[in-house]
Design a protein around this ligand. Structure first.
Ligand code: FE2
Length: 296
């Protein structure tokens, strides 16, 4: 049996809105497997040999120690900024202090591999017109109770830049997402008017972590107003496809409940992905790039 991709109405909705919700994409069995695997990863990692790297979406803060920059082909753990006190001590158990886990779950973890590299996602990529989709930057986003950090309005292609921009995010809710625990919200149609006008890059060949450069001659998008954002209902097991130019955000999780999600991205392998991008994979023996080809 041929696995179905998106139907024409779904493709039209994605092209119109810049995002598409597919409820029930993860079966109850797969949901439980991903939830249990997340809990296991959080409980098994060792604090003793961890550099305590925090993850921040603040553009003024340089994220970019070696632990972060060399994580494209590993499974590494990044802390919430608010998980530490003034003395740098963790204020909660490590399981409740991790912001995200990444960035090669799609290759190194059997459970997450199964929900990434599969016929359904190949069919979806085909529906969206990908010729040679490359999978990269897979992450579990934990959005912890009380401290799960807010993610300001952004566009994913700023962080995974190809020329021309081509990133699409696959975002699976592992738990119910609500206004209280920091569900995603989107500016519908913004992918049509919001240019990719800057990129996150490695600064000075890694020595200074990451920073941003503006793209010459590209008009930056205006700041969206709060009431332009729409927060669709997103029960556990929903897949949200997110266009790389779409403006989206999420607020701090102030609830007592986590908001686990799994996400990875695709870029078009036929477009240029240069060495300025923060995420670099070790070269292949032939000198090429070692990204995962979804269709291969
Ligand atoms: Fe995003």
């Amino acid at each position: 049996m041929v696995t179905q991709g998106l139907n024409p109405e779904q493709v039209a909705a994605f092209n119109r809105d810049g995002y598409l919700l597919l409820p029930g994409e993860l079966s109850p069995g797969r949901l439980k497997a991903l939830f249990d695997e997340t809990a296991k990863l959080l409980s098994d990692f060792r604090l003793e040999d961890h550099p305590l790297t925090k993850f921040s979406t603040d553009e003024k803060a340089h994220i970019g120690d070696d632990y972060f920059l060399k994580s494209s082909d590993k499974v590494r753990f990044f802390f919430e900024q608010d998980a530490f006190d003034d003395k740098g001590e963790l204020t909660r158990p490590k399981e409740k202090a991790i912001n995200k886990i990444g960035h090669a779950l799609h290759n190194l973890n059997d459970e997450f591999h199964a929900d990434t590299i599969n016929d359904r996602n190949r069919a979806i990529a085909q529906s969206l017109g990908f010729k040679d989709p490359l999978v990269l930057q897979s992450m579990i986003i934990c959005k912890q109770p009380e401290i799960g950090g807010k993610v300001p309005s952004h566009q994913d292609s700023v962080f995974l830049y190809t020329n021309p921009p081509s990133a699409v995010g696959f975002w699976y809710s592992i738990e119910d997402c609500t206004a209280e625990n920091g569900a995603l919200s989107f500016v519908p149609g913004s992918h049509k008017w919001a240019n990719i006008a800057k990129r996150m890059i490695r600064v000075d060949g890694n020595k200074m972590g990451t920073g941003f450069i503006t793209l010459e001659g590209v008009e930056p998008p205006r700041e969206p107003t709060g009431d332009e954002f729409v927060m669709p209902s997103c029960p556990a097991g929903t897949l949200i496809l997110i266009h790389g130019s779409l403006l989206h955000k999420s607020e701090t999780n102030k609830s007592q409940k986590s908001r686990y999600a799994y996400t990875f991205h695709m870029i078009e392998g036929e477009y240029d992905y240069d060495i300025l991008n923060w995420l670099q994979v070790p070269p292949t023996e032939e000198g090429g790039r070692n990204f995962t080809h979804l269709y291969a």
